[in-house]
Write a protein that binds this ligand. Structure first.
Ligand SMILES: *[C@@H]1O[C@H](CO)[C@@H](O)[C@H](O)[C@H]1NC(C)=O
Ligand SMILES: *[C@@H]1O[C@H](CO)[C@@H](O)[C@H](O)[C@H]1NC(C)=O
Ligand SMILES: *[C@@H]1O[C@H](CO)[C@@H](O)[C@H](O)[C@H]1NC(C)=O
Ligand SMILES: *[C@@H]1O[C@H](CO)[C@@H](O)[C@H](O)[C@H]1NC(C)=O
Ligand SMILES: *[C@@H]1O[C@H](CO)[C@@H](O)[C@H](O)[C@H]1NC(C)=O
Ligand SMILES: *[C@@H]1O[C@H](CO)[C@@H](O)[C@H](O)[C@H]1NC(C)=O
Ligand SMILES: *[C@@H]1O[C@H](CO)[C@@H](O)[C@H](O)[C@H]1NC(C)=O
Ligand SMILES: *[C@@H]1O[C@H](CO)[C@@H](O)[C@H](O)[C@H]1NC(C)=O
Ligand SMILES: *[C@@H]1O[C@H](CO)[C@@H](O)[C@H](O)[C@H]1NC(C)=O
Ligand SMILES: *[C@@H]1O[C@H](CO)[C@@H](O)[C@H](O)[C@H]1NC(C)=O
Ligand SMILES: *[C@@H]1O[C@H](CO)[C@@H](O)[C@H](O)[C@H]1NC(C)=O
Ligand SMILES: *[C@@H]1O[C@H](CO)[C@@H](O)[C@H](O)[C@H]1NC(C)=O
Length: 746
C-alpha cells in the first residue's frame, strides 16, 4: 500500500476541520499538538521504519505497530492485547505526557503508562526502529519500544534480566501469524551461573543455547562464526545480564523472529532480491527441543534411536523407552559412594567414585551457581569432594562448571560442544573397561570367523553340496548377527518378498547391481523396499553377501543406505534395503535434461553428503571401512535428493590400527580405482578418496570419466588437470549448471 499518497490526500481533505492540530505528513515525531489517525503514519528519517495502523492477514482487527518498510514486516505492536475493531483509532500524546492509543470513543486502550512525565513530551521513531518518548525540554528518554519487545529482535535491541530482581526484558511470540497477542513462547537471557539464552514455553524451557563462553554459545556449534561475531552477552554494568547483536557490515541486515510455534528464525535481508531469507533457525534437529530424552540421557540427531541413557544409567521405564517415549529418562544403576556409606550399612564399601567422559556435547541445563576459575584438574577433585556434585565440565573461557541435579538436555554433536564428566560408582567404571575389552575381543574373533567360514562355505556351495549346507549357513549367519547385536535386522521370508515384488516381475526391476538384479517391492503395510537378489550364476556370491550383511548392519548414518533385512532360503539370497525413489546419481548428472533439478546448490549438498558418509566409514564408525567401489551409480538419492552410499559388497573392514593392506583380489570399477590399488593392490582409505575425487569431477562437469573424449586428453582427469594448470576451471563446469554469480570467484 502506498501510505504517503493516502496521507497527502487526507491532508488536503481534512485540514479545514482540524485547525486545532496539524496533521502529520512525512515526519518522524508525534507531539502534543500532532497525532496520527488510522490512515496516517510516521516514518523514520531514513525511511526504513514506519509506525501506523495495520491489520494482520486473516484478521479484522486493527493494531498500532512499527513495520520494516522495504518489505512489510511488523517488528513491534503496541496494543497487541487490546485490538481495535474499527478504523477509528488515534495515536497521540496524552495530557499526562504518555503516548496513548485511543479508540473511537476516546478511551485509552493502550498507554506507555509512565508516571511523572512532564506534560511536554514528544515521541520519535528512530532510524534503528526504536520508538522513543522524550521529554521535549530536557531531551531525556522516558520510555522506548526497545525496552518492550514484541516478537522481533532488531540489531542493538537488548534482551536482559536483572540479576537482583529477576525482572526481564524478553521477546514474546505472537499467538498465531494472524494474532499478535502475547503467545506461549518467550525468549530471554538467564543470569544464573553462566549466561545462557532460553526459549520458554509458558514457564517451561523449550530450547536453549548452552552456556556462553565469552565468544560463542557452547551449545550451538553449527551456528556460523559470522553471526556469532555480532553477538554480545554479558553484564551491562547496571546489574543486568544482557544479550544483543549488533550489525556486522559484511552480513547486512538481520533480525531474529520468535514465531508462534516457538522457533527462533534468523532472517537475513537479501537487498538484491528484496526478500527475507531464513538463514538459521533454532529447531533444525529433533534434539533441539529441550529435554526430549528426559534426565540422564543423551540426544543424538545423527543416530537411531535418537536417545540413549548415559553410561551407568538405565531407562526408568523400559517399556515406554522401547516405544520411543523418552519422557521419563534414565536413572542411576549403581549408587554412588556417598549414598552407599550414608545407608549405615556395615558391609558398604568405601571405594571412590570415578567419572565417565562424554565428548562434544551441549552440557546439561542449569549448572550449579557461578563457574569457578580453576585449573582443569582441580574441577575433578572439587567435584569428587562434594557429595552433591554429580558432573563437571571445563571450558578454558568459563572455568569449572558443576551439576548437582538431574542432568537434563544433553545433546551430542559431531564437532564442537564441551566435554562432560559424569560421576559414576567405581564398579561402573570397571564394567565399562571390561565391556570394551570384551567387545574388541569378540569382534576380532567374530570377524576372523566370518572370513574363514565364509570362505569354506563358498567352496562348499560352489561344489554344490546342496540344501543341507545352505541351512547350515542360515543358522550361521544369524548366529553371528545376534552377536553383532543387530536386533533391528529382520529376516524376511521368501514368500513375502515374492508377493511384494509381484514375483520379481521385470516391470519392478530397478537396475542391475554387480551381483544381481534389484527389484522394487511394496510390503503389506505399504512400505516400499528395494530387494537385491544375488544371482546364482555370479561366481562370487556368498562371500560378498555375508560381507555386506555384516558390514552394513553395523552402520548407521544418514548418508548410507539402510539395510532393512535379508532373506536366505535354499539357494536364494537377498538383501532388503530402504527404497530410494530417485534412483542413482548417474541417472541425473549425466542427463542434461535434469540439470534444472540438480542445480549447483543441490550438487554441492550431494558432494557434501557423500563426503560425510565417507568420513563416517573411514573415521567415525566403530570399524574402519574402505568401500572400494565408490561411483556415481552407487550413490542413491532419496525423495529429497539426499545422497546415500550403497553397495557394500566389496567393502573391506580394517582393524583399529591396520592402515594399509595388500589385496590379492582387486575389485572395483575401472576409472575410479587409484593407480596404486589397481597396479599394486595397495588398499587404504586413500583409494576411496581417489574414487571420490573422480566422482567430484563427474558431478561438477556432468561428464562420465569412462566415456570422455577431448582432443589431446585421454581422460576426464587429464582434462581437469590441464584446465587447472591453465587456470581455466570454469570450462570444466557443466554449462547447464554454470551460474556466473556463484562461480565468479574461480
Ligand atoms: C483512508 O484512506 C482511504 C483512501 O485514501 C479512504 O478511502 C478512507 O476513507 C480513509 N479512511 C479514513 C478513516 O479516513
Ligand atoms: C509539533 O511538531 C510540529 C512539526 O514537527 C511543530 O511545528 C510544532 O511546533 C510542534 N509542537 C510542539 C508543541 O512542540
Ligand atoms: C535501510 O536499510 C537498508 C538495509 O539495512 C540499508 O541498506 C539502508 O541504508 C537503509 N536506508 C537508509 C536510508 O539508511
Ligand atoms: C489466511 O487464510 C488462508 C486461507 O485459510 C491461509 O491459506 C493462509 O495461510 C492464512 N494466512 C495466515 C497468515 O494465517
Ligand atoms: C467495537 O468495540 C467497542 C468497544 O471497544 C464496542 O462498543 C463496539 O460495539 C464494537 N464494534 C463492533 C462493530 O464490534
Ligand atoms: C500503569 O501503571 C500502574 C502502576 O505503575 C499500574 O497499576 C497500572 O495497572 C498500569 N496500567 C496499564 C494499563 O498497564
Ligand atoms: C514544549 O517544548 C518545546 C521544545 O522545547 C517548546 O518549544 C514548547 O514551548 C514547549 N511547550 C510547552 C507547553 O511547554
Ligand atoms: C516457525 O519457523 C519455522 C522455521 O523457520 C517454520 O518451519 C515454521 O513454519 C514457522 N511457524 C510459523 C507458524 O510460522
Ligand atoms: C509418554 O510417557 C509419559 C509418562 O509416562 C506419558 O505421560 C505420556 O502420555 C507418554 N506419551 C506418549 C506419546 O505415549
Ligand atoms: C547392606 O548392603 C548389602 C549389599 O549391598 C545388602 O545385601 C544388605 O541388605 C544391606 N543391608 C542393609 C541393612 O541395608
Ligand atoms: C557442595 O555443593 C553444594 C552445591 O553447590 C553446596 O551448596 C555445598 O556447600 C557444597 N558442600 C561442600 C562441603 O563444599
Ligand atoms: C573387570 O576386569 C577386571 C580384571 O581386568 C576384574 O578384576 C574385574 O572383576 C572385572 N569386573 C567385572 C565387573 O567383570
Amino acid at each position: 500500500m502506498d501510505y504517503t499518497k493516502c496521507t497527502n490526500l487526507f491532508t488536503l481533505l481534512i485540514i479545514p476541520w482540524f485547525l486545532f492540530a496539524e496533521v502529520v505528513t512525512a515526519t518522524d515525531t508525534i507531539n502534543t499538538s500532532q497525532f496520527i489517525k488510522d490512515n496516517e503514519t510516521i516514518t523514520s528519517t531514513d525511511g526504513n521504519f514506519t509506525l501506523g495502523f495495520f491489520t494482520p492477514q486473516n484478521s479484522t482487527n486493527r493494531y498500532v505497530g512499527i513495520w520494516w518498510q522495504p518489505k512489510f514486516t511488523v517488528i513491534w505492536v503496541a496494543n497487541r492485547n487490546q485490538p481495535l475493531n474499527d478504523s477509528s483509532g488515534v495515536v497521540s500524546i496524552s495530557e499526562g505526557g504518555n503516548l496513548v492509543v485511543l479508540n473511537g470513543q476516546n478511551q485509552v486502550i493502550w498507554s506507555t503508562n509512565v508516571s511523572n512525565v512532564g506534560s511536554n513530551s514528544t515521541s520519535k521513531l528512530l532510524d534503528s526502529g526504536n520508538l522513543v518518548l522524550q521529554d521535549s525540554s530536557s531531551g531525556r528518554t522516558i520510555w522506548e519500544s526497545f525496552q518492550h519487545p514484541s516478537n522481533v529482535l532488531l540489531p542493538n535491541m537488548k534482551i536482559s534480566t536483572n540479576k537482583a530482581t529477576g525482572e526481564k526484558v524478553k521477546q514474546t511470540s505472537w499467538k498465531s501469524p494472524s494474532d499478535p497477542s502475547t503467545g506461549s513462547f518467550s525468549l530471554s537471557v538467564e543470569s544464573l551461573g553462566v549466561p545462557e539464552v532460553f526459549i520458554w514455553k509458558e514457564t517451561r524451557p523449550f530450547w536453549r543455547t548452552g552456556p556462553w563462553n565469552g565468544k560463542a554459545f557452547t551449545g550451538l556449534p553449527y551456528m556460523k562464526k559470522f553471526y556469532i561475531e555480532g553477538i554480545h552477552v554479558g553484564d551491562d554494568g547496571e546489574g543486568n545480564v544482557e544479550f544483543l547483536f549488533s550489525g556486522v557490515e559484511e552480513i547486512g541486515f538481520i533480525i531474529y523472529i520468535l514465531n508462534s510455534t516457538g522457533n527462533c528464525e534468523e532472517r537475513w535481508w537479501n537487498g538484491e532480491k528484496k526478500e527475507w531469507v531464513v538463514s538459521w533457525n533454532s529447531h533444525q534437529f529433533e534434539c533441539d527441543v529441550y529435554g526430549v530424552c528426559g534426565p540422564f540421557a543423551v540426544c543424538n540427531s545423527q543416530s537411531s534411536p535418537t536417545c540413549s541413557c548415559l553410561k551407568g544409567f538405565e531407562p526408568r521405564n523400559k517399556e515406554e523407552w522401547n516405544r520411543q517415549n523418552w519422557t521419563s529418562g534414565c536413572f542411576r544403576r549403581t549408587p554412588l559412594k556417598c549414598e552407599r556409606t550414608s545407608n549405615q550399612n556395615k558391609s558398604a564399601d568405601y571405594t571412590e567414585d570415578g567419572f565417565l567422559e562424554l565428548k562434544m556435547v551441549k552440557v546439561p541445563d542449569f549448572s550449579d551457581g557461578s563457574a569457578l576459575r580453576l585449573q582443569p584438574d582441580m574441577c575433578r577433585s572439587r567435584c569428587l569432594e562434594n557429595c552433591s556434585c554429580i558432573a563437571y565440565s571445563y571450558d578454558a573461557d568459563i572455568g569449572c562448571m558443576s551439576w548437582t541435579e538431574n542432568l537434563m538436555d544433553i545433546q551430542k554433536f559431531s564437532n564442537g560442544g564441551l566435554d562432560l564428566h559424569v560421576r559414576v560408582a567405581y564398579t561402573e567404571l570397571d564394567k565399562e573397561r571390561n565391556r570394551t575389552i570384551i567387545t574388541i575381543v569378540t569382534e576380532t574373533i567374530g570377524a576372523t570367523l566370518i572370513v574363514i567360514c565364509a570362505y569354506i562355505m563358498w567352496r562348499r556351495i560352489s561344489t554344490r553340496l546342496g540344501a543341507a549346507s545352505a541351512e547350515y549357513m542360515n543358522d550361521y549367519v544369524f548366529g553371528d548377527l545376534s552377536q553383532v547385536k543387530v536386533q533391528e535386522l529382520l529376516t524376511f521370508n521368501l514368500e513375502k518378498l515374492v508377493t511384494a515384488t509381484n514375483e520379481f516381475h521385470p516391470s519392478n526391476k530397478l537396475g542391475q547391481g554387480g551381483f544381481g538384479p534389484v527389484y522394487k517391492g511394496q510390503l503389506h503395510d505399504g512400505r516400499e523396499i528395494a530387494v537385491k537378489r544375488l544371482s546364482r550364476a555370479s561366481g562370487q556370491g556368498l562371500e560378498e553377501f555375508m560381507n555386506e550383511v555384516v558390514v552394513i548392519s553395523k552402520l548407521q548414518h544418514r548418508n548410507l543406505v539402510r539395510l532393512l533385512g535379508c532373506c536366505i532360503e535354499g539357494e536364494q539370497k537377498m538383501l532388503i534395503y530402504e527404497y530410494m525413489p530417485n534412483k542413482s546419481l548417474d541417472t541425473y548428472i549425466f542427463d542434461p535434461s535434469k540439470d534444472k533439478i540438480l542445480h549447483w546448490k543441490k550438487r554441492f549438498s550431494i558432494i557434501e553428503g557423500v563426503a560425510r558418509g565417507m568420513l563416517y566409514l573411514h573415521r567415525d564408525s566403530r570399524l574402519k571401512i574402505i568401500h572400494r567401489d565408490l561411483k556415481a551409480s552407487n550413490i542413491l538419492l532419496d525423495a529429497e535428493l539426499n545422497p546415500k552410499i550403497s553397495d557394500f559388497g566389496m567393502a573391506r573392514i580394517f582393524g583399529g590400527n591396520e592402515d594399509e593392506a595388500n589385496t590379492n583380489r582387486i575389485v572395483g570399477t575401472y576409472g575410479y580405482m587409484s593407480p596404486e590399488y589397481a597396479i599394486q593392490g595397495l588398499l587404504s582409505e586413500k583409494s576411496d578418496v581417489f574414487s571420490f575425487g573422480v566422482l567430484l569431477l563427474e558431478i561438477v562437469s556432468g561428464r562420465r570419466n569412462s566415456s570422455f573424449y577431448e582432443e589431446n586428453c585421454l581422460t576426464l582427469l587429464g582434462f581437469a588437470w590441464i584446465q587447472w594448470q591453465e587456470d581455466n576451471i570454469p570450462s570444466l563446469i557443466d554449462p547447464g549448471i554454470y551460474d556466473p554469480n556463484l562461480h565468479k570467484d574461480i
